[in-house]
Design a protein. Structure first.
Length: 79
């Protein structure tokens, strides 16, 4: 199993912004050469000044409400 490619170094502000909001992933390679997922963080930047809270604010969703929605969504049972 191979993991997704690591982000390359960005050269433009747009590329840097895209990389900043891309999911962060950490993998380890075991002694047997196999990849092991350590972490997959799909919301690596949930601080108040990050892109997602700013986009939510643009449509009238405050930071506290956004965090509450994320937490409630994580606790909602799925089929």
């Amino acid at each position: 199993m191979t993991g997704p490619p690591a982000p390359s170094s960005a050269s433009s502000p747009g590329e840097r912004a895209a990389n900043a909001t891309a999911p962060r992933r950490r993998v380890s390679v075991g002694p047997d050469g196999r990849f092991h997922w350590l972490e997959l963080n799909t919301l690596p930047a949930l601080r108040r000044t990050a892109t997602l809270p700013l986009m939510a604010a643009a449509v009238g969703i405050g930071y506290e409400e956004l965090v509450e929605r994320v937490l409630l969504g994580a606790c909602t049972p799925r089929d």
